[in-house]
Write a protein that binds this ligand. Structure first.
Ligand code: NDP
Ligand code: 8X3
Length: 254
């Protein structure tokens, strides 16, 4: 299988799905992961038939260390040359102040956004080291750059993604592995519905009065970062919609 291979975690919706579509359209073979197998199978069928590429759907929870290592530590031979790994799977749960937030929500965010990213990276990095080639794209957030009210642990997990990206960049330097952290601001995916545990009204309010980023914007940016010449790496990229200055400041109509 001669073409480029991208592995995207959290490809069942939002950024991950859009990234899979973007790279598949450019002829990349895709390893797509997530917990919702029906969505994975549907996306795999769509990408395969639309773009005549190969797709390997892998259904697992990034919080489960053994499951991650079992799936990604035993990739079929023809899928082992992963050129780009996008650590995208992640979530926020709740928008509660430090004193009122739930420990269970904190555990899930830390286990997914931080530990999941570490498990996946640990499984794939040896394959990149072998080839002295590879590109890790970690999806952080503007929440990594400024803590906002009632953002506490979500912001902390994204600060951790920021720090881990810097650490990977230093430690993997001898192997010519690029590490890019993309930090998007508000984008209208399922993110807020998940954060507000299915409350569509609360989720919709997040995007009222301005045009947020769309998943395709992040996919275009990831594709740009992955398309640069071998000697060029975008290290850290913060992107927001025009109506957002940072985690705290928006210009909304009405
Ligand atoms: P979505 O909710 O649309 O997508 C999240 C993806 O992550 C889904 O595919 C989901 O798949 C996957 N995922 C979540 N938990 C797990 C898990 N335990 N194991 C495996 N996969 C998991 O949100 P976005 O696309 O917006 O979010 C993608 C990333 O972007 C996240 O890391 C988020 O923090 C970050 N981000 C989002 C922003 C936004 O405003 N939307 C802004 C900045 C960053 P499944 O449920 O099938 O497992
Ligand atoms: C998602 C964007 O502003 O909800 O990371 O933290 S925000």
């Amino acid at each position: 299988m001669p073409d480029n291979i991208i592995l995207i975690t959290g490809a069942t919706s939002g950024f991950g799905k859009a990234i899979a579509e973007k790279f598949a359209a450019a002829g990349w073979n895709c390893i797509i992961t997530g917990r919702r197998n029906d969505r994975l199978q549907e996306l795999a069928a769509h990408l395969t038939t639309t773009y005549s590429i190969k797709v390997l759907p892998l259904c697992f929870d990034v919080q489960q260390r053994d499951a991650v290592l079992q799936h990604l530590g035993n990739l079929p031979q023809q899928w082992q040359q992963v050129d780009v790994l996008v650590n995208n799977a992640g979530l926020a749960l709740g928008r509660d102040t430090f004193d009122t937030a739930s420990l269970d929500d904190w555990d899930t965010m830390i286990d997914t956004n931080v530990k999941g990213l570490l498990y996946v990276s640990k499984a794939i990095v040896p394959l990149m080291i072998q080839r002295k080639k590879g590109h890790i794209i970690n999806i952080g957030s503007t929440a990594a750059k400024e803590v906002y009210p009632a953002g506490n642990v979500y912001c902390a997990t994204k600060s951790a993604v920021d720090a881990i990206s810097k650490a990977q960049r230093i430690d993997l330097l001898p192997y010519s592995i690029k590490v890019t952290a993309i930090h998007p601001g508000a984008a209208d995916t399922d993110f807020s519905v998940v954060r507000f545990k299915g409350d569509e009204n609360k989720a919709g309010n997040v995007y009222e009065g301005y045009e947020p980023l769309h998943a395709a914007d992040i996919a275009d940016t990831a594709f740009f970062c992955a398309s640069l010449p071998a000697h060029v790496c975008i290290n850290d990229l913060v992107m927001t919609c025009t109506a957002q200055a940072n985690s705290l400041f928006f210009h909304k109509n009405g």
